[in-house]
Ligand binder design. Structure first.
Ligand code: GDP
Length: 442
């Protein structure tokens, strides 16, 4: 009998911070490789190891499962200082990941970080403030697209690195001084030496990831591709320009690793039972009053990377339809449903209206989007006792009605419901037909 899946991609279906870490952790226990394919250290996940909390921004969240190889794909932009710091932190707790870094992954330099903060100050006028994490991510992607970026393979070749660094540094410094008019003078020699030493420390991890992963598949190995951020932050399909600078949807798992599309067998979308987002821009289901504040506090909705308070809203099916379609989602993992515990009612936005016009799909036109008002379906709230946290059937009826409605509207099965941050507060919902087949096969 064929195994259930050999490759799975796990992506955020909303605005990031859906709780992907916990879902990834569950699937990672069954895999041989955990791979990041986009973004940089602007992502963040929290892992708890022997009672201690660790925050990782660059390494895949599968690092704790020491049998896995963890991979940083070519689609990721790597700040080597952050990577070495995370490796050192893990070494202190005796975790030495089997790490591979794509030779094609681009690097972040101090001039990127500098440009990031300068750019954000300028964009503040365009309400894009507080969107960037000031880690140099977008300037590194911009250099990649402008073809002046420096890749891991360059960093570990002293002659090529010197030549490419000269050009990239000069361009970076010019942009800082001329474009943004800042009087910052970066120390070229110091940065060059620092990066040479990073190269020496990291070269043992640098590899051809595409070959490694494709070969692993022929040997029957399992691969988990771990997305960062969420569908609405995808630079093409998200709410541009309120997005991140990479593709966050499942297609990026191919371009960001060198695995062909038909190799990806399953796409799991992580959906928080409400929504949260950072940055400016209109949010149709936003809860601005005390209810939003209470959900933020109970859900701990403050950025892992920046500590910023997140904006809160009701679940939005218009937005999720886009996530389902673009990612080709064939399973959903619903997280943080416990946070809504005790509310008298819970709402879901099923469509928008603009005057008398009903809109069911996300508009690309922001001026139209800003006129969209949510149409809600209201559900009775629930009380989730710890005795409810065993099987799907134990969940309160009104919660199951809410979940059933999401499944039906989106046409995708819920596979997992997370009812608390702990590993054991996870309910695996087995759909009846699959369960029957499994029963017959065994
Ligand atoms: P990511 O950005 O999508 O990777 O989000 P994280 O994995 O960092 O998760 C954000 C926070 O949500 C972490 O502190 C998790 O422990 C917490 N979390 C995950 N699932 C649940 C859940 O079902 N209930 C509650 N209350 N917290 C959860």
């Amino acid at each position: 009998m064929k195994k259930s899946w050999q490759t799975v991609v796990i992506v955020g279906a909303q605005w990031g911070d859906e709780g992907k870490g916990k879902v990834t952790d569950y699937y990672a226990a069954k895999t041989d490789y955990v791979v990041r394919f986009q973004g940089g250290n602007n992502a963040g996940h929290t892992i708890v190891h022997q009672g201690k909390t660790h925050k990782l921004h660059l390494l895949p969240s599968g690092v704790l499962h020491q049998r896995n190889k963890v991979v940083i794909g070519n689609g990721v932009v790597v700040d080597p200082k952050v990577l070495l710091f995370e490796l050192n932190q893990l070494a202190k707790i005796n975790i030495r990941p089997k790490l591979l870094i794509s030779e094609r992954a681009h690097l972040i330099f101090p001039f990127h970080v500098c440009l990031d903060s300068a750019g954000e100050r300028r964009q503040a006028k365009a309400a894009l403030a507080a969107l960037s994490t000031n880690r140099g991510i977008w300037p590194a992607y911009a250099d990649k697209a402008a073809r002046v970026g420096i890749r891991m393979v360059d960093l570990i070749n002293p002659i090529i690195f010197k030549r490419k660094f000269d050009l990239a540094f000069t361009l970076g410094q010019e942009k800082i001084s001329s474009l943004y008019g800042l009087k910052i003078k970066l120390n070229k020699q110091r940065i060059f030496k620092e990066y040479q030493s990073y190269g020496n420390k990291l070269k043992k991890y640098v590899a051809d990831i595409s070959q490694e992963l494709n070969l692993a598949l022929t040997k029957g190995k399992k691969i988990l591709l771990e997305g960062a951020q969420g569908a609405m932050l995808d630079v093409d399909h998200g709410l541009y320009p309120y997005t991140t600078s990479s593709n966050t949807t499942a297609g990026a798992a191919c371009t960001g690793t060198g695995l062909a599309p038909q190799k990806i067998e399953k796409a799991v979308g992580v959906v928080k039972a409400y929504l949260s987002r950072v940055g400016g821009g209109y949010l149709p289901t936003e809860l601005k009053g005390s209810l939003g504040d209470a959900i933020r506090e109970i859900g701990g909705e403050y950025g892992t990377t920046t500590g910023r308070a997140r904006r809160i809203g009701w679940l939005d099916l218009v937005q999720l339809r886009l996530a389902v379609r673009v990612n080709g989602l064939n399973a959903l993992a619903i997280t943080k449903i416990d946070v809504l515990n005790g509310l008298p009612e819970v709402k879901v936005c099923t469509a928008y209206c603009v005057g008398k016009k009903i809109i069911r799909e996300m508009p690309a036109d922001l001026s139209l989007y800003e006129k969209c008002r949510p149409i809600y379906k209201t559900f009775k709230g629930w009380e989730l006792a710890s005795s409810n946290k065993k099987s799907y059937e134990d969940l309160p009826l009104s919660m199951r009605q809410y979940l059933g409605f999401i499944e039906k509207e989106l046409g995708v099965k819920i596979e997992m419901v997370s009812v608390g941050p702990e590993r054991q507060a996870t309910i695996i919902k087995i759909n009846k037909i699959r369960a029957l087949n499994q029963h017959k096969a065994s």
